[in-house]
Write a protein that binds this ligand. Structure first.
Ligand code: B1M
Length: 216
């Protein structure tokens, strides 16, 4: 494996933002595929950081430093994805309002999903993180969304995906297709809360959105 990929992985684990920036830029300069680099490097680093935090080897400070390094690397790679594919006459496939649910500030995965949807022809409106359930509806109306996308990274906050869907149902709103995702979620969970679809990662969120918008 490319040594720099290993070094970037280590920089993220160490929360070394300067090295993460430098190595990410170097890797892009070498022409590596940005999405593949995220998969080969950022994801494994994330698992190490997550595991260490779970075992109590890392505290919140380390988690936050690693998250910053991760954000820098992902932003550098995403800028390349944006520049690489945007404006290639993809046409608009639909409008998606995407956000991380109430109580949850994890946004790196959601941002990656937003980029992939954008470069694949969707209009994506980012509702942000820690978004109250009613706010999703308010913003979906404002942007005339076809799809509402809900990201959740924690077992307690994934319940708020259900809350948004229940809120829509209780108010008899069937206008929007709702898709869900995030590490603790699954197809079973999506079925249970009656979401219109679930995707495990950013590339599959694109195919899901394409399918859901055609109401297949
Ligand atoms: Co936190 N965190 N965190 N964290 N964090 C996790 C999620 C955790 C699993 C770590 C652990 O214990 N192993 C754990 C949750 C445990 C649980 O579920 N019960 C946890 C915890 C506990 C916490 C705090 C409570 C810690 C504390 O304060 N004591 C706190 C919560 C704050 C809050 O939200 N209220 C907290 C805080 C943070 C930071 C702020 C430090 C930081 C986030 C920074 C940021 O986003 N700006 C952070 C980080 C970085 C993580 C880990 C290490 C990495 C998350 C990440 O960015 N992954 C995470 C451990 C882990 O995941 N192994 C952890 C990279 C990203 C590319 O992947 O987000 O999964 P992911 O997104 C993927 C897919 O899931 C999917 O596609 C994406 C791209 O492929 N996807 C979708 C995501 N959304 C989708 C939507 C879709 C479709 C697909 O359609 C709509």
């Amino acid at each position: 494996m490319n040594n720099k990929i290993e070094n970037l992985k280590q920089a993220i684990i160490d929360g070394d933002q300067d090295s993460a920036r430098l190595i990410s830029e170097e890797l892009l300069g070498e022409g590596l595929d940005p999405l593949m680099t995220i998969e080969e490097c950022v994801y494994p680093a994330v698992s190490v950081v997550g595991e260490r935090f779970e075992k109590g080897e890392y505290f919140l400070t380390e988690l936050m430093l690693s998250a910053e390094a991760m954000k820098i690397a992902v932003a550098i790679f995403m800028s390349k994805i944006d520049k690489g594919k945007n404006g290639q006459g993809l046409g608009r496939k639909g409008t998606i309002l995407l956000g991380t649910v109430k109580g949850d500030v994890h946004e790196i995965g959601k941002n990656l999903v937003a980029t992939m949807l954008r470069v694949n022809g969707f209009d994506v409106h980012d509702a942000g993180k820690d978004v109250p359930s009613a706010e999703f509806l308010k913003q979906a109306k404002a942007v005339n969304a076809d799809i509402i996308g809900l990201s959740a990274l924690m077992t307690n906050t994934m319940q708020n995906q259900r809350e948004v869907i229940t809120y829509l149902k209780e108010n008899n709103i069937e206008t929007y297709q709702v898709i869900v995702g995030g590490a603790p979620t699954s197809q079973d969970w999506a079925d249970k809360i009656e979401a219109d679809g679930w995707a495990p990662d950013a590339p599959s969120a694109v195919s899901l959105a394409e399918k859901v918008i055609k109401k297949e």
